[in-house]
Ligand binder design. Structure first.
Ligand code: ZN
Ligand code: FE
Length: 253
């Protein structure tokens, strides 16, 4: 029923068009490349009726105005950075609900990468559009927020239903996998995942969207609360310090 169309954009972004057939509505999740989005929509016979932005970075909101001009769509985006979202019509924050035909997306505040970053959760479709908050085997760089804030945001994602598919905005999985295995070399689920990622990428195939359940068992950034990992990172009993240590190591990797 719900049709989530994924396509590569720019260097390593993913574009998503979400089409709800009973209403005929089509949502653009972020707008890395307006022309690409319009062409992909046209090829499907869809018209973009709304844009849902996750955060203000140009590889996420840079195509807003051109798509709005071409389609007259409504632009929905984060209240916390409303002034930085081109063409914003409706600012949303945690607790707000955004309609997609009969479906309802719940908005989560997930600051850290940027201060206003939000995610859209379509629980009925087991889908979350998470932007640059979490990636397959990774998480976003903490540019504007604090480590504490980012961990709190990731905790909200960890608490979603385990079958939730995480529609993240970049294909970073191969380099994330190379890093993750340095953090937990003995994690068997991670070893399998790393091998799978290598195969997929060697064939030029996508590794996105990951399923939350698998990330909980393998993604080091979601595992900063695991006692054995905390001990290995030198911060027993301290989740935020463990998260900060892992994030710092990745930044230097
Ligand atoms: Zn970003
Ligand atoms: Fe990005």
């Amino acid at each position: 029923m719900l049709d989530i169309h994924k396509f590569p954009c720019l260097n390593d972004n993913y574009g998503y068009l979400v089409h709800e057939p009973t209403s005929g509505q089509t949502v653009a999740i972020d707008t890395p490349d307006a022309q690409k989005y319009l062409a992909e929509a046209a090829a499907k016979g869809w018209t973009i009726t709304a844009i849902w932005n996750t955060h203000w970075h140009p590889d996420h909101a840079g195509g807003n105005l051109a798509i709005k001009e071409a389609t007259g769509c409504e632009i929905i985006g984060p209240a916390g950075e409303a002034a930085k979202i081109p063409g914003l019509d409706r600012a949303v924050k945690e607790g707000d609900v955004v309609d997609l035909g009969p479906l309802k997306a719940r908005v989560l505040d997930v600051p850290g990468h940027t201060l206003g970053h939000i995610a859209y959760v379509l629980e009925d479709a087991a889908a979350a559009f998470v932007g640059d908050s979490v990636f397959a085997l990774g998480c976003g760089r903490v540019f504007e927020g604090t480590m504490d804030m980012m961990w709190n945001s990731l905790s909200k994602i960890k608490a979603l239903p385990p079958k939730t598919r995480l529609f993240c905005a970049h294909e970073y999985t191969e380099s994330n996998a190379r890093f993750a295995i340095t953090i937990e070399p003995d994690n068997a689920a991670l070893q399998d995942y790393v091998a799978w990622v290598k195969e997929r990428r060697a064939e030029g195939l996508s590794t996105v969207p990951p399923v939350l359940e698998k990330e909980l068992a393998t993604n080091p950034f979601l595992r900063a609360d695991v006692p054995a990992l905390q001990a290995a990172m030198g911060h027993p009993g301290d989740t935020v310090a463990t998260f900060a240590e892992i994030r710092g190591r990745k930044d230097r990797f």
